[in-house]
Design a protein around this ligand. Structure first.
Ligand code: M6R
Length: 363
């Protein structure tokens, strides 16, 4: 039931504060300021993490790589499942494989799980559908508790995956001694603000819808980001292409001058995901290169970032200020809304985009 929403996708976008709040409350003890250690995984004995998934779930894993490295000082490999399963990389005997799948039925992700098992890895599955094959075959199941996701374009499952992975990375940090009580409590407090921050992000929908009217006229669009905003740029580009059929590319901001800058002219919209964090200044200098060539910048940032950017952006979407660790969850919302409203203006079948299936059970 779509309620009073026009599509399941937008309904699911709006469910995110509630869903994320519930998922975070399951994995974090908000009152005590602790991350609940996941049963069945002893992070103090794990020396390497391999994260494997497809599509949007892969981008959730990509964000998690930054978190596990930063919070838990754990080396992390991430791989697209269709590559992991054939790549023959050496895996550590004390390695943990984390597979991420909303449906729990994606063929390549399941094959990766089986491959990792043969290679002696312990396996944790981050899934939405608990009765799925991937959940059944894993050693440890970390449910994302997002409820059924109907829109083919994944939205609430993505942020719920991020919530589980963030909490798990904090717990791993504690188990490995790389974060102390104080730091743990600070991180937990930061994540407990996410539902409120998401609500505030959703209030920008009117502004984003107005921008989407122009975006619906373009043929190509670039998304840039650095650090954890890089996977969010990739996810933004995927969302836009899969439901609006506009060609979109996500790039690490620092890669711009290694090729994609050749694409920039007055016609090219460039969505820059840039919270005012420790890499902000670097992203700004990349943005200036775009501005100097006439590119139309849509800057997604916060008040401090908007002031510091000193750039003639075509549009600036201003989110509340927040700790850097939580930005991926909140900055997902404007990129989802931008893709959604662009698709609505294009008149595509938003919930059932052409050529796509909700669950990809063949290789
Ligand atoms: O069910 P899964 O999470 O394993 O699905 C993975 C991808 O097929 C999925 O995320 C796909 O990329 C979505 N259409 C993204 O919106």
């Amino acid at each position: 039931d779509k309620g009073n929403h026009r599509h399941f996708m937008v309904k699911e976008i709006h469910e995110q504060p509630e869903v994320t709040g519930r998922t975070l409350a399951h994995y974090l003890d908000l009152a005590e300021g602790r991350a609940r250690p996941p049963e069945g995984i002893d992070f103090s004995r794990i020396d390497r993490l391999s994260i494997t998934a497809c599509g949007t779930a892969f981008y959730a894993g990509f964000v998690a790589k930054y978190w596990f490295e930063r919070f838990a000082r754990l080396p992390v490999d991430i791989d697209i499942a269709s590559e992991f399963r054939y790549r023959e990389q050496p895996l550590s005997k004390d390695g943990l494989a984390i597979v991420i799948s909303q449906s729990g039925e994606t063929a390549d992700t399941l094959a990766s799980l089986r491959y990792a098992r043969v290679e002696g890895q312990r396996i944790a599955a981050v899934v939405n559908v608990r009765e799925s094959t991937i959940a059944r075959e894993a050693d440890v199941v970390l449910p994302i508790l997002a409820g059924p996701e109907i829109g083919v374009a994944s939205t609430k499952a993505f942020t719920a995956q991020l919530a589980v992975l963030a909490a798990t990375a904090i717990a791993a940090g504690r188990a490995r001694g790389s974060i102390d009580d104080v730091e743990e409590a600070r991180l937990v407090a930061a994540f407990s603000e996410v539902p409120r921050l998401m609500h505030e992000a959703l209030r920008l929908e009117g502004q984003i819808e107005a921008l989407a009217r122009d975006l619906a006229k373009v043929k190509h669009c670039l998304y840039l980001g650095r650090g954890t905003s890089y996977p969010i740029a990739l996810e933004g580009a995927l969302k836009l292409k899969e439901i609006s059929y506009i060609h979109a590319e996500g790039y690490a901001a620092g890669e711009l001058k290694h090729g994609p800058i050749a694409l920039i002219d007055e016609e090219m919209p460039v969505v820059v995901i840039a919270p005012f964090d420790r890499v902000f200044e670097k992203t700004v200098s990349n943005m200036q290169e775009v501005a100097a060539r006439g590119g139309r910048i849509i800057l997604v940032t916060d008040r401090k970032g908007a002031e510091a950017a000193a750039i003639d952006a075509a549009a600036t979407i201003i989110l509340p200020e927040m700790p850097a660790s939580v930005t991926p969850l909140v900055y997902s919302i404007p990129v989802q809304l931008l893709a959604y409203h662009t698709a609505v203006f294009m008149g595509t079948d938003v919930d059932q985009p052409r050529n796509l299936a909700k669950s990809v059970t063949v290789e």
